[in-house]
Design a protein around this ligand. Structure first.
Ligand SMILES: Nc1nc(=O)c2c([nH]1)NC[C@@H]1CN(c3ccc(C(=O)N[C@@H](CCC(=O)O)C(=O)O)cc3)C=[N+]21
Length: 283
C-alpha cells in the first residue's frame, strides 16, 4: 500500500482563506481580533515559530503584536506583563512562547493567563474543560490533528488510537480529544516495554516524541493512519519528523509529512482560537 499524504500546509491555506473572510465580516461589526505573543530571549527556533504565527495573523487580518523580552526577565516581571495583557480589553488572545528560560516556572506563567484569553489551551481550566467536554479553547496541535483527520473523512469512533509521547501540550491532550471522539486510546512513553507491540495495533498512530525516525515500518500496522508530530532539526539544518517517512509511506493508508504537516496546522488553529476569543469577548 502507498499512503495518501495529508498536507497540512494545503489544508492550512484553505482554512486561512476562510478565516480571512470571517475576520473581514467581524471588522465590519467593529471587532478586530488581536493576539499578543510574548517571546523571552532569542532562541532561533522560537523566533522562527513566532514569525510563522505573525505571518499567518497578517494574512488573515488578525492584529498581532510581538512582545520581545530579554532572557534576564524575571518571573515576577513576566507575571506583571501578563496581568497587564489580561486587563487590556483590546487584547483577545495571549500566547507565551515555550520553552521559557530555566529561572521562570512555566506552570506559574500558564496559570497567570486569563482562561478567556488562553488561545494555546494550556491553562488547567482549559484542559479540565476539554476533558469534561465543555466548550473551550482546544490546544492547537491536537486541534490541528483532529482537523486533518476530519478533512479526509477518517472515522475515529471505534478505532484504536495509539499515542507515542505524553507531553502536556501534545501527547496527553491529543489522546483525550480522540477519546472524546470515541476512539479507544493507548498511551506509550519512554517507560513502555516492547512499545512496538502496541504501535502495531494502532489504527491511528500519533507520534509526538521528538526523536528523529524513531518509528519505522516495522512498528506500523498495514493500512494505519500515521500522524507525525515530531520537529527535529538535524545536522544539515533541515527539519525531520519522528517517523521514517519513506518506509512508512509504503505501509500506511494516510501519513503526514514533516515539514508541511502538523506544524502549519498548529499555527492555523491558534488563529482560529484567537478569532473565537474575539467573538466571545465581544458578547
Ligand atoms: N506557547 C507555545 N505554543 C505553541 O504552539 C508552541 C510553543 N509555545 N513552543 C514551540 C512549539 C512548536 N510549535 C510549532 C509551530 C509551527 C511549526 C511549523 O509551522 N513548522 C513548519 C516548518 C517551520 C520551519 O521550517 O522551521 C512545518 O512543519 O512545515 C512548528 C512548530 C509551536 N509551539
Amino acid at each position: 500500500m502507498t499512503a495518501e499524504i495529508i498536507y497540512g500546509d494545503k489544508l492550512a491555506e484553505s482554512l486561512r482563506l476562510e478565516m480571512k473572510s470571517e475576520v473581514e465580516t467581524l471588522k465590519e461589526k467593529g471587532i478586530t481580533p488581536k493576539l499578543t505573543v510574548v517571546l523571552i530571549g532569542d532562541d532561533p527556533a522560537s523566533k522562527s515559530y513566532v514569525s510563522g504565527k505573525q505571518k499567518a495573523a497578517d494574512f488573515i487580518g488578525i492584529d498581532s503584536t510581538l512582545l520581545s523580552l530579554p532572557t534576564s526577565t524575571t518571573e515576577h516581571e513576566l507575571l506583571n506583563t501578563i496581568d497587564q495583557l489580561n486587563r487590556d480589553t483590546k487584547v483577545n488572545g495571549i500566547l507565551v512562547q515555550l520553552p521559557l528560560p530555566a529561572h521562570i516556572n512555566e506552570q506559574h506563567v500558564i496559570e497567570a493567563i486569563h482562561p478567556n484569553k488562553d488561545v494555546d489551551g494550556f491553562h488547567p481550566i482549559s484542559i479540565g474543560r476539554m476533558l469534561t467536554q465543555q466548550e473551550t479553547f482546544l490546544p492547537c496541535t491536537p486541534y490541528g490533528i483532529l482537523t486533518m483527520l476530519q478533512s479526509k473523512n477518517i472515522e475515529i469512533s471505534g478505532k484504536h488510537a495509539v499515542i507515542v509521547g505524553r507531553s502536556n501540550i501534545v501527547g496527553k491532550p491529543v489522546g483525550q480529544l480522540l477519546l472524546n471522539n470515541h476512539a479507544t486510546v493507548t498511551y506509550c512513553h519512554s517507560r513502555t516495554p516492547n512499545m512496538t507491540e502496541y504501535t502495531k495495533q494502532a489504527d491511528i498512530l500519533i507520534v509526538a516524541v521528538g526523536r528523529a525516525n524513531m518509528i519505522g515500518a516495522d512498528a506500523v500496522k498495514a493500512g494505519a493512519i500515521v500522524i507525525d508530530v515530531g520537529v527535529n532539526r538535524i545536522e544539515d539544518g533541515s527539519l525531520t519528523g519522528d517517523v521514517d517517512f519513506d518506509s512508512v509511506k509504503e505501509k500506511a493508508s494516510f501519513l503526514t509529512p514533516v515539514p508541511k504537516g502538523v506544524g502549519p496546522m498548529t499555527i492555523t488553529m491558534l488563529m482560529k482560537n484567537t478569532i473565537k476569543a474575539a467573538r466571545d469577548q465581544a458578547e
